[in-house]
Design a protein around this ligand. Structure first.
Ligand SMILES: C[S@@+](CC[C@H](N)C(=O)[O-])C[C@H]1O[C@@H](n2cnc3c(N)ncnc32)[C@H](O)[C@@H]1O
Length: 259
C-alpha cells in the first residue's frame, strides 16, 4: 500500500464578518443586514427621531453643511436609505445639481420615497439599487460622496470606502457620518444602559422585535474608533482626513478629499 506522507494543504479559511456581536460567514452578513433593514424600514425615520431625541436631524444637517456642496455638484449618497442626507444635499446643489441615492434595500428607499416626491427636490434626486461594495458608477463621476450610518453595515467597510474613492472626481470630497462610542466614561455608562435596555425595548414596541434594536448598539461597539477609521481612510488614499465628534462622540463626521 502506498501512503501519501506529504503534508495536506491547509483548508482555505472561510471569510467571516461581525453581525453585531455574532461572528458569521462573510457571505451571510449581507443577508442578515438586508433582513434587519426589511424589518425596520417602515418605521426607520420615526425610530431615528425617537431614539436620538431628534438629534439625528442636527447631525445630518451639520454633516452636509461640512461637505461644502456647490450649485451644480453631482453627489452620491451611499447607503442612502430613506434619503435624509440626499434631501439636504439636493437643497445645497440647486437646480443644476444631482444627487444619487444608492442603497441595496428596496424597502428602505421606498420608505423615504414620499419625502422626495412630496418636495420640489424630486427632479434633483435619482435612485440606484445596488451594493455599496461594488458601485455601478463610472470612475470619477461625482463631485462629492456621503455615507450616513451605512458603512458599519457593510461586510467589508474598506471596500465601500475604496469604491467611494474610485467614483469621486479628483478634488472631490467624501463625508462619512457614523456612530461611535461616547468619550466621557460616565456618559458611556449611561449610553450603554440606554443602548442595551431602552433601545431594544422601544424596538419591541414599535417594530415588534427586540433583536432589531440590539443589532444597532452591538454593531456600533464593534466598529472602528475615529483614530483607526481616519488612518484607514488615509491608507485608501484620501487626503485632508479629519473628524469631528458630535454629542460627546455618539456620532462622528469624517471628511476626506480625493487628491
Ligand atoms: C442605518 S441606514 C442609514 C440610512 C441613511 N443613510 C440615514 O442616514 O438615515 C443604513 C443603510 O445602509 C444600507 N445598506 C446596508 N448594506 C448595504 C450595501 N451593501 N450596499 C448598499 N447599501 C447598504 C441599508 O439598506 C440601509 O438603508
Amino acid at each position: 500500500m502506498v501512503t501519501d506522507a506529504s503534508p495536506k494543504p491547509p483548508e482555505p479559511e472561510t471569510p467571516t464578518a461581525y453581525f453585531g456581536y455574532r461572528r458569521v460567514a462573510a457571505s451571510e452578513k449581507g443577508r442578515l443586514v438586508h433582513r434587519h433593514f426589511d424589518t425596520v424600514a417602515g418605521k426607520y425615520d420615526l425610530m431615528n427621531t425617537l431614539l436620538s431625541f431628534g438629534m439625528h436631524h442636527l447631525w445630518k444637517w451639520t454633516a452636509v453643511r461640512m461637505l461644502k456642496l456647490k450649485p451644480g455638484d453631482r453627489v452620491i449618497d451611499v447607503c442612502g436609505g430613506t434619503a435624509d442626507l440626499a434631501i439636504r444635499a439636493a437643497q445645497a446643489v440647486g437646480e443644476t445639481g444631482r444627487v444619487t441615492v444608492y442603497d441595496i434595500n428596496w424597502a428602505m428607499m421606498a420608505a423615504g420615497w414620499p419625502k422626495v416626491v412630496n418636495s420640489s427636490l424630486a427632479p434633483r434626486i435619482d435612485y440606484i439599487q445596488g451594493d455599496a461594495e461594488h458601485l455601478s458608477c463610472p470612475d470619477a463621476s461625482f463631485d462629492a460622496a456621503m455615507v450616513g450610518f451605512g458603512i458599519r453595515n457593510l461586510t467589508r467597510p474598506e471596500a465601500g470606502f475604496r469604491e467611494i474613492f474610485r467614483v469621486l472626481k479628483p478634488g472631490g470630497a467624501m463625508m462619512c457620518l457614523e456612530f461611535s462610542k461616547p468619550k466621557t466614561a460616565w456618559f458611556r455608562r449611561l449610553y450603554d444602559f440606554y443602548s442595551f435596555y431602552v433601545m431594544p425595548a422601544v424596538g419591541k414596541i414599535m417594530v415588534g422585535s427586540w433583536d432589531a434594536y440590539t443589532y444597532l448598539p452591538e454593531s456600533i461597539r464593534m466598529f472602528s474608533q475615529p483614530e483607526e477609521l481616519s488612518a484607514s481612510l488615509e491608507t485608501i488614499g484620501f487626503t485632508r482626513v479629519r473628524y469631528r465628534r458630535l454629542t460627546n462622540g455618539i456620532a462622528v463626521i469624517y471628511l476626506g478629499v480625493k487628491p
